[in-house]
Design a protein around this ligand. Structure first.
Ligand SMILES: [Zn+2]
Length: 441
């Protein structure tokens, strides 16, 4: 296929063509860039090229960014200027943007496999909660862990995701539910990003659940706790720990009025918002996120068409979490057709968490998105790259385009669909993050 008529041609002089830090040659690219006619949720979709693919292509990297994209033939005359270690011959295999896991809770203490086991032996959620299980057990273990132990426990999950080509990740707090532990979780998230060659976006999720010490049989103390959540946010933000603000808007958690109070504080600090919405019921969380021009509304099994229209108008991404759907043996599918019809961009994520989605494979999440949610392979791949980047407000990531960060994954696959089709196989050939090869693959 020759896409040269569709591309934005960037012509460089000979000196520039000889001065890249690194070049990829003989590559097939899944660009997910509108410049290469990628377009899933646009009126021009009928004329778009799947995956925004470019065949027989080459990429020039400079200063950590993509400096040039062209046809393989255009670079061949300049190869003599490069040393062997600066050239990667992709040999007709595929390069995608680095994968982006845009909704995770990977920082937590402990483990809930005992509850998994007990449930399979017949225990109910109520039995488990009565014995201090459920989210309370994770809060207890996370509070008890010192920062080194919390880092070590969480790092294992991060490395599993990194090995599959994840180059950007969102990490939420929300198992501390007190100021010190929320700070500890966000600090660990930052430390993970500092140690490893990965971009970390942090999200403040103190409005995740009512802490055990606020539970009362005589009065509803949720408003009182939300006041605390609103007070802690500016403190943690001033410490450089918060990139975005999230909440759990649900009958069993917090109302949309309570979440609105948290969002008001976020707005006053110029922090973007997102929300766990409509997972178990429809209480208008997505319309609330849209009102605050939020980055994403996440879960969405029960979202209404009214809310979907609001999301479309505010360009809010729908983040779909098939791992939680699978673990909970949910049967209510998110309304994929309505999201498509209203051109709401969809992202896919692991939702890695100890209770409802102990999943550290974004490739498996993609497969689940296809098999459980009936998404197309192009949708789940776009949902783990370009739209996952949008869900994190990262305009320089998630696509292969001149000016974007050189976050690239080389795959030993024949077609992009292989990534969503295979289960348990990791066809990674190399991972580059901001122009640097990742060593730990
Ligand atoms: Zn979640």
């Amino acid at each position: 296929m020759d896409d040269s008529n569709n591309t934005t041609e960037i012509t460089l002089d000979d000196a520039s063509m000889a001065s890249f830090d690194h070049i990829f040659i003989n590559a097939n690219l899944a660009t997910f860039s509108a410049q290469y006619s990628f377009g899933m949720y646009t009126d021009e979709h009928a004329n778009s090229i799947p995956y925004g693919q470019l065949n027989n292509a080459a990429i020039g990297i400079k200063n950590g960014s993509i400096a040039w994209i062209g046809e393989h033939n255009q670079i061949t005359a300049h190869l003599t200027h490069y040393q062997d270690h600066q050239i990667t011959d992709v040999d007709g295999k595929w390069i995608t943007p680095g994968l982006i896991d845009c909704h995770t809770h990977i920082v937590y203490g402990g483990n809930r496999s005992n509850e998994f086991e007990a449930r399979l032996q017949g225990a109910s959620y109520q039995d488990i909660a009565a014995q201090g299980g459920g989210i309370v057990s994770t809060v207890t273990a996370t509070r008890a862990a010192d920062i080194e132990s919390l880092f070590a426990q969480s790092e294992k999950r991060l490395i599993a995701l990194m090995k599959e080509g994840v180059t950007s990740i969102e990490i939420k707090s929300g198992y501390g539910l007190d100021l010190d532990t929320e700070r500890k979780m966000l600090t660990v998230a930052r430390q993970l990003g500092d140690k490893h060659n990965i971009h970390v976006s942090t999200t403040y999720l103190a409005a995740h659940a009512l802490p055990p010490e606020y539970k009362s049989h005589v009065q509803d103390r949720t408003d009182e706790y939300i006041e605390q959540v609103c007070e802690w946010l500016p403190i943690l933000h001033s410490e450089g720990l918060v990139d975005a603000v999230d909440g759990f808007c649900e009958n069993i958690a917090f109302s949309s009025d309570q979440i609105r109070r948290v969002f008001e504080v976020a707005r006053s600090l110029n922090l973007p918002v997102k929300l766990h919405s409509e997972q178990l019921s429809d209480i208008g969380g997505s319309a609330l996120v849209a009102e605050y021009k939020g980055l994403s509304s996440d879960h969405l099994e029960h979202v209404s068409e009214y809310d979907i229209k609001k999301m479309a108008a505010s360009n809010t991404v729908a983040v779909l979490l098939p791992g939680a759907f699978y673990t909970l043996r949910d049967t209510k599918l998110p309304p994929i057709e309505a999201l498509r019809r209203h051109q709401v961009p969809m992202a896919i994520s692991t939702d890695c968490n100890p209770g409802t989605s102990p999943l550290t494979s974004l490739l498996l999440a993609m497969n689940m998105g296809c098999t459980l949610f009936y998404l197309t392979t192009e949708e789940v791949l776009a949902g783990s790259t370009v739209y996952a980047a949008q869900a994190l407000g990262l305009s320089n990531k998630g696509k292969i385009e001149v000016g974007c960060d050189a976050d690239l994954v080389l795959w030993d696959i024949a077609r992009p669909a292989d990534l969503a089709y295979q289960m348990g196989l990791n066809p990674i050939n190399g991972i580059m993050v901001q122009g640097k090869w990742r060593e730990t693959v």
